[in-house]
Design a protein around this ligand. Structure first.
Ligand SMILES: Nc1ncnc2c1ncn2[C@@H]1O[C@H](COP(=O)(O)OP(=O)(O)OP(=O)(O)O)[C@@H](O)[C@H]1O
Length: 521
């Protein structure tokens, strides 16, 4: 409860969604004209007379949900209850290539203190994860070794360095020996919880949180062996209040380096903390991604590093069958969706909209039709989002309507159908291929068969489908004409007819539909 209160105190909900929408009529003539001029400039005015104009760029900005890295990280932590399945290769680059590569298959091999081993097993960990197999021996080695470890969220990094700190801390010494910094208050609390849980049977090892609001008397030295906090407060505790002696820190952990450097000021604060540590301090840096900027930062912080990288499970479209559905406008898309609804609920489905407003509109209309759906969009607090995902995961709702806020990072294994109610576009109005892959990558996971249905409501969205198709060099799109007339709705959920405007549309008969439903099952 207190955690929740603190959470809301420091993590206020985002401002209410702006009342802008992308495909409906809320677009002024002036905006349309601006857009026409822009397209003319690009020499791209090649479409026929009946096209629906693309969405004016300036009207998207506020209405879209942008992915916030720190929020995404926290959300992942809140909803993750187990390791992400990964059979991919671990790449290890040793600081000293001549030393033998040492990895472990059991926690016993690490020769941990019995109380700590008990804590590990008590958390339900039977054996080290892929990344832990290599990282733990390096982190626990004598003499200490520095480490840069990169692997996606949910592969066991936090558990690994928590174990390393608990093993490293000497409870006889009443001063701070292990210092861990994380990008946000909430992420620091999450890590602290893992340390507390894992160290449950090591009561002599104490933990302190260097986070906003935790005030301590100036000059009184901290007795806790492990400190976890955010860069600003940790820096204050080391320099201004001098309650941590940085020269006595022998293990420094920098978590979520990619999120850290994306947060203004954190990069410099981290470097300032780092500068006060001794040369002998063991440096451990973790990141989910490794762009050049993260790499440059890592090199500044971690001298002579061992490097461990876990290759990412490739997102693939091979096991996903993709369709598009021709519709005229938003209402048509809605009817098409209703026709599909029975198929959506055979397993679980996610429906992506471009704006919060559209997602809310769709949810309201589906609910009015008597369907039970969940809504997840960016104006919710991270905690609210986690609760919605939990319900969806446990199957309480079979259909989740969402925006791009949920396009990446969220694993719900049962999702076998993704509907792009609005196609993903970038700020220039072109196909956003990466987001498309992330969205439909929610389905067809771990080699299972998945389905994606794209709603096409204009020449512009048809162009986007073609761009996507070309980008992934695939020719497996099937044009499906859903009969949008309710009268044609038969017991087999939906029927197909030749569209009066396009006679070339392939007819998908009930046999195919049954096959699709069987595959989803
Ligand atoms: N060896 C293990 N065996 C079983 N479960 C584990 C093991 N290590 C970690 N886990 C669990 O797997 C989940 C992900 O682990 P962890 O949080 O350490 O990963 P991470 O890479 O730090 O991801 P994130 O940054 O999202 O937290 C957690 O629920 C954790 O309790």
């Amino acid at each position: 409860m207190w955690l929740q209160k603190l959470f809301h105190l420091f993590y206020p909900p985002l401002p209410p969604p702006p009342l802008l929408d992308c495909v409906d009529a809320g677009v002024s003539e002036r905006e349309r004209e601006t857009e026409r001029q822009r397209k003319r400039k690009r020499g791209a005015e090649t479409q026929g007379p009946n096209i629906l104009l693309p969405i004016p760029i300036q009207s998207w900005g506020d209405a879209e949900d942008r992915v916030n890295l720190a929020e995404q990280s926290l959300l992942n932590k809140l909803i993750r209850h187990s390791l992400v399945r990964n059979r991919n290769q671990v790449e290890v680059l040793q600081a000293d290539p001549t030393s033998p590569l040492y990895s472990v298959k059991t926690f016993e091999e690490l020769r941990l203190k019995p109380e700590l081993l008990k804590g590990v097993y008590n958390m339900g960990f039977n054996r080290p994860s892929r990344i832990q197999e290599n990282a733990l021996p390096m982190m626990l080695a004598q003499p200490p070794q520095n480490l840069i470890a990169q692997s996606q969220s949910g592969t066991g990094k936090t558990a690994a360095f928590s174990l390393a700190m608990l093993s490293h801390a000497n409870p006889v010494n009443k001063w701070t020996q292990c210092l861990c910094i994380a990008p946000t208050y909430e992420l620091a609390l999450q890590i602290g919880q893992v340390i507390e849980q894992m160290g449950k049977f090591c009561p002599d090892v104490k933990l302190a949180y260097a986070i906003r609001g935790n005030r301590l008397e100036r000059g009184v030295k901290l007795q806790e062996q492990i400190v976890i906090g955010t860069p600003g407060t940790v820096l204050d505790w080391c320099t201004k209040y001098k309650i941590i002696d940085p020269k006595k820190i022998t293990m420094f952990v920098l978590d979520e380096a990619d999120v850290m450097i994306a947060t203004q000021g954190h990069r410099d604060q981290s470097l300032r903390i780092h500068r006060q540590l001794t040369k002998d301090c063991q440096m451990l840096l973790f990141s989910a991604t490794f762009e050049d900027s993260v790499w440059r930062f890592a090199e500044q912080v971690v001298p002579d590093p061992n490097i461990i990288r876990l290759k990412r499970e490739e997102e693939t479209l091979d096991t996903i069958k993709q369709f598009y559905v021709i519709c005229k406008e938003k209402e048509d898309k809605f009817i098409a969706l209703c026709n599909l609804y029975g198929t959506l609920t055979i397993a679980q489905a996610m429906i992506f909209c471009h704006t919060r407003k559209m997602a809310a509109w769709l949810t309201a209309h589906l609910t009015k039709e008597g369907h039970q759906v969940a809504l997840l969009s960016g104006e919710m607090t991270v905690e609210q989002r986690a609760a919605v995902i939990e319900r969806f995961r446990s199957g309480k709702e079979k259909v989740l309507v969402t925006t791009n806020v949920c396009s990446r990072g969220i694993d719900v294994e049962q999702v076998s159908l993704v509907v792009n109610f609005d196609l993903p576009v970038d700020l220039d109005g072109n196909a956003d291929n990466e987001t498309y892959l992330h969205r439909i990558g929610r389905t067809g996971r771990f080699g299972r068969r998945g389905f994606a249905v794209n709603m096409v409501d204009s020449q512009h969205s048809m162009d986007i489908i073609k761009q996507i198709e070309m980008h992934f060099s695939m020719f497996q799109f099937h044009s499906v004409s859903l009969c949008l007339n309710r009268i044609n709705l038969n017991p087999n959920l939906f029927s197909f007819s030749l569209s009066p405007t396009d006679r070339k549309i392939i007819k998908l008969d009930t046999t195919n539909l049954e096959e699709m439903e069987n595959l989803i099952c």
